[in-house]
Design a protein around this ligand. Structure first.
Ligand code: GCU
Length: 733
């Protein structure tokens, strides 16, 4: 029998880059910690981009009792980002990659006490990914550790952190049957395979054994409708035993119709998730994963993109159990490194080897926005081809994909590498207008009707403390985020060929390099806050669209109590067909509709607002105030733009800052003025401007932006914008 000993307690942590000898010497001065642990739980979430990135040590004594067993292996769920394991001073192994498990055998020493010393580092380097991205690269041992004691003859444990067993179901939908191949790797002996009440034996040859089974009248793994799991077990005559859950399902991709599950259209509509939490960093417990899954289920999503790295096994397990289709990926992100190819391949090898049996996983993601800071060189292309070919070799049953940055030319050769592609678009947030998202996919689909395309990221930052009745791009209000997503949901509904769409992001997450939107160290594009305590209004929009089982009604703007207006909009999200609104207990109207219901009510004083639908209700309190509540406004300057101009400053017969860059550039008189201004701006921005200047796709996108939003984006002040507007108002269209 196999004996598992958790190894989470009794560790000493030294936050210093010491030599092995020094670490052993200073051991007593270390901090007592238990795993999972990260040393960036606080400094990686407070902004300033100054969290501790460097070498640290974890030390622990192992007792003879813990080490009992014929052969004993040490397993770490992860060590971020690189680790060296020493045992009584002897170096046992090195591991690069902060998100996958690895194991090493502990030699027999006959000693009563043995010292385990693990040097871990998340320092900058040019070979281990990630090195450049919009999230905190937590350092530590962020997952559980354990000892695995096995008989002399045992299943493989070390190679790429393998589970030792691989299950490949091939489903015949027509005959409702599945052929299941079960493969194991071991040191010798005879393997007894059992599955669905059947047993087969096979002798191990060259460390390998396999058996084929057929399941008649197979029960499919059918997404959220019925995520049925089977279990395959393998037992060695030595007594060592392993098992794997698996599911029988068929995934399909069609350029015109999108994603298919078990032969029927099944548009993947969901969110992305980073694996961190307020105050804990990425050292999450099983309960933390369970809570995240419960929130994802409440939303009604049927897919999750687990970004930008391999997540904890527990979360893939939860996706299998809940029928959530997964996009899994490695952290090959933002900037290509010439010395990083081996690391991308090893991280992908470990991801596939360790996660192959999860029925929920539909695609392997090769990279994310890798051309954001790198040109499409031959080395970059070769790295991607090598990754794709590795995926096809290790797992011919799944497709490969990539998440591309919105500036990437749609005829770029890199789009030919993966089987299916997706784009991250941020029109209506970082730049451009909301409608440019629609245009992008319409253009792409028209130009490449034979290509399968998806929407791997989209989102807008919102701080739930900020509010406005005239929400605008860039104001970080909860209202703008909700409007943004209302547009995106309609845009997506009208394009069922999008094989998958993933909101960036289900949760706010730590990005220590950020200090914006009234918060430090956080990306606030989440539908839920980083501590999981608050669901922003946009969360309920998606719940209204996707949750078909739990009747609910949600009043938007609960945190927008103080309103400086005579009449105000009451917006309601619900998955019910009809909503009734009450003001101070009096019904003021009933609306039939679909997910978004808008009412306007006069504001006289303090009012109790209640909404009812399908036997459920929600209520809030709002009040009329004489002066705008300043605490609701983040970007004071941006927030007043709309008030800068009087109506008469925009005579439509003449040009103005409300015209698009493209329109202005074309005009013989206005064009040169704009070019001079752009050249001046570019001179101030150095290489960023070069990237922009030399990128026809980005130029095209900017051409569709209004001068006003471009200038606001670039932080131009009121006077210079008004000055330009006066000049343009002098030029007749
Ligand atoms: C990118 C990137 C994400 C990042 C997001 C953002 O698209 O892939 O990692 O967090 O943009 O800027 O919010």
């Amino acid at each position: 029998m196999r004996k598992i000993t958790p190894l989470n307690n009794g560790w000493v942590f030294l936050k210093a880059d010491l030599s092995p000898e020094q670490a052993e010497a200073y051991r007593e001065q270390g901090e007592r910690v238990s795993l999972p642990h990260t040393w960036n739980a606080l400094d990686g979430q407070d902004g300033g981009n100054n969290y501790h990135r460097g070498g640290c040590w974890y030390l622990r004594t192992l007792t003879a009792e813990e080490l009992s067993g014929e052969r004993v292996f040490l397993e770490f769920g992860a060590a971020a980002m690189s680790a060296e394991v020493r045992y009584n001073g002897e170096l046992l192994c090195r591991h690069d990659g902060g998100y996958s498990a690895f194991r090493v055998e502990l030699p027999k020493t006959g000693k009563t006490e043995n010292l385990l010393a693990v040097a871990v580092s998340n320092e900058d380097n040019d070979r281990v990914y990630p090195q450049k991205a919009d999230f905190t690269f937590y350092g530590g041992l962020p997952r559980e550790a354990r000892l695995i004691a096995v008989p002399e003859t045992h299943f493989e444990l070390v190679k790429d952190g393998t589970p030792g067993i691989k299950v490949t179901p091939v489903v015949d939908l027509e005959n409702r049957s599945a052929r299941v191949k079960v493969e194991t790797w071991q040191t010798g002996g005879t393997v007894t395979f059992s599955l669905n009440g059947e047993e087969k034996r096979a002798a191990s040859e060259n460390g390998y054994a396999a058996a084929d089974f057929t399941i008649e009248n197979v029960r499919l793994w059918d997404g959220v409708n019925d995520p049925f799991l089977y279990t395959a077990k393998a037992t060695l005559n030595s007594g060592d035993e392993i098992s794997a859950r698996f599911g029988c399902r068929v995934f399909g991709f069609d350029p015109g119709k999108g994603f298919f599950l078990n032969g029927r259209p099944y548009p993947l509509r969901g969110v992305s998730r980073h694996g961190d939490l307020k105050g804990k960093g990425n050292a999450l417990s099983y309960e933390d994963h369970e809570r995240d899954m419960a929130i994802l289920r409440e939303l009604g999503a049927n897919t999750v993109r687990l970004a930008h790295y391999q997540h904890a096994q527990e979360f893939y397990d939860l996706c299998d159990e809940n029928g959530i289709v997964v996009w899994a990926e490695i952290p090959y992100i933002t900037m290509h490194m010439a010395n990083g190819r081996e690391n991308t391949l090893s991280q992908m090898r470990e991801l596939i080897t360790q996660c192959y049996n999860h029925p929920s996983i539909a695609v392997w993601g090769l990279s994310n926005e890798i051309t954001a800071a790198s040109a499409v060189t031959e080395d970059l292309l070769e790295n991607h081809r090598a990754l794709r070919d590795l995926c096809r070799r290790l797992d011919p049953t799944r497709k490969t994909t990539m998440a591309n940055v919105f500036m990437l030319e749609t005829d770029s050769p890199i789009l030919d590498v993966p089987d299916v592609s997706s784009y991250n678009l941020y029109f209506g947030w970082y730049l451009g207008e909301l409608s440019q998202n629609d245009e992008f996919f319409d253009d792409f689909h028209k130009k490449y009707p034979g290509r399968v395309v998806g929407f791997s990221e989209y989102g807008a930052d919102a701080n739930p403390a900020f509010h406005s009745s005239r929400p605008e791009k860039g104001d970080y209000t909860e209202e703008y985020q909700a409007l943004y997503h209302e547009h995106m949901l309609d845009m997506i509904d009208a394009r069922p060929y999008l094989w998958a769409t993933h909101v960036w992001n289900l949760f706010d997450f730590a990005a220590d390099g950020r200090d914006e939107g009234g918060k430090h160290g956080e990306n606030q594009k989440g539908l839920v806050t980083i501590d999981r305590s608050l669901r922003k209004d946009a969360f309920y929009l998606y719940k209204a669209a996707w949750n078909k089982t739990e009747p609910f009604v949600h009043l938007c703007g609960k945190r927008y109590e103080n309103r400086c207006e005579e009449e105000t909009e009451i917006k309601i999200y619900s998955n019910q067909p009809e909503v009734t609104l009450y003001v101070d207990g009096t019904p003021v109207g009933t609306q039939a509709g679909r997910r978004v219901f808008r009412f306007r009510v006069p504001l006289l004083g303090e009012h109790l607002i209640r909404a009812e639908a399908g036997g459920v209700s929600d209520s809030m309190c709002i009040r009329r105030v004489q002066e705008p509540d300043g605490s609701y406004i983040f970007n004071k300057a941006a927030a007043t733009v709309t008030n800068w101009f009087d109506a008469d400053e925009f005579d439509p017969a003449f040009f103005s800052v409300q015209d698009t860059l493209g329109e202005l550039r074309q005009h013989p008189q206005a064009g040169p003025i704009i070019e001079t201004m752009m050249a001046k701006g570019a001179a101030e921005r150095g290489d960023v401007a070069d990237v922009v200047k030399d990128n026809p796709a980005l130029q095209r996108m900017m051409g569709r932006m209004t001068m006003l939003s471009l200038l606001k984006q670039s932080g131009a002040d009121e006077e210079s914008i008004k000055q330009l507007n006066r000049v343009l108002q002098g030029i007749k269209k």
